[in-house]
Design a protein. Sequence first.
Length: 283
Amino acid sequence: DKEYVGFATLPNQVHRKSVKKGFDFTLMVAGESGLGKSTLVNSLFLTDMYRDRKLLNAEERITQTVEITKHVVDIEEKGVKLRLTIVDTPGFGDAVNNTECWKPVADYIDQQFEQYFRDESGLNRKNIQDNRVHCCIYFISPFGHGLRPLDVEFMRALHQRVNIVPVLAKADTLTPAEVERMKNKIREEIDHYGIRIYQFPECDSDEDEEFKLQDQALKESIPFAVIGSNTVVEAKGRRVRGRLYPWGIVEVENPSHCDFVKLRTMLVRTHMQDLKDVTRETH
Ligand code: GDP
Ligand code: MG
């Protein structure tokens, strides 16, 4: 029972030609430190991105991220190749002075656009590597009362540069009612402060009803409530990725526990191509 990330359906999203070459996708994670950014990307792609670090076990291996780091993983599923780049950013909040903590991240994104532009205007246009950041998952703390001033500042500094997908981090620390309340508050504030997050494209009118309902559910889940874990636990005889508590088990991939599967489905199965198109055409 090999696990799949699910991007083998990508050929439906694009032209056949890209299938042979494989896909490039760059995903960035940003937000306050300690919110589970590094853990979540590991959980998302079922790979230990940090395996080259010489420490004992997976849990320990994720040490604090102190500078912008790039991890490239090549994954292949059912004959479809994906070259995935994860850009991990140092979380802010640790420093005494957090003024312009978004600056290095914004600069990094700009540099990738500039590099791509230079390559595109150069002589060897055939084998350009696209390192532009196609999506930024922005982590919001579950311990506050909505967005913090830094969150607003950070997202506003980035929203013209990159597709921002906001997530409510560590959703296992909240009750379902609290999750709903926080989501509503965050949505209101995103609106109030004029933050332009990634807009899901309108559904084609000729899509079937089931697809439309799924699409609607996806849009209404923003910000996705997520839970990350690098450990496999046993729940009712099944081995699942989860977090173990004295009162029970939180399953990362259980849709009634959090929106993890929705986030992953949207990133790799349904909206990867749109995220790339918007990056190219708008950002
Ligand atoms: P980062 O600084 O944002 O990259 O955060 P890390 O991924 O390094 O995680 C910080 C700590 O939070 C670690 O001890 C993780 O095991 C823990 N953690 C990560 N994700 C979750 C989650 O979804 N829920 C809970 N309760 N803890 C988490
Ligand atoms: Mg980290």
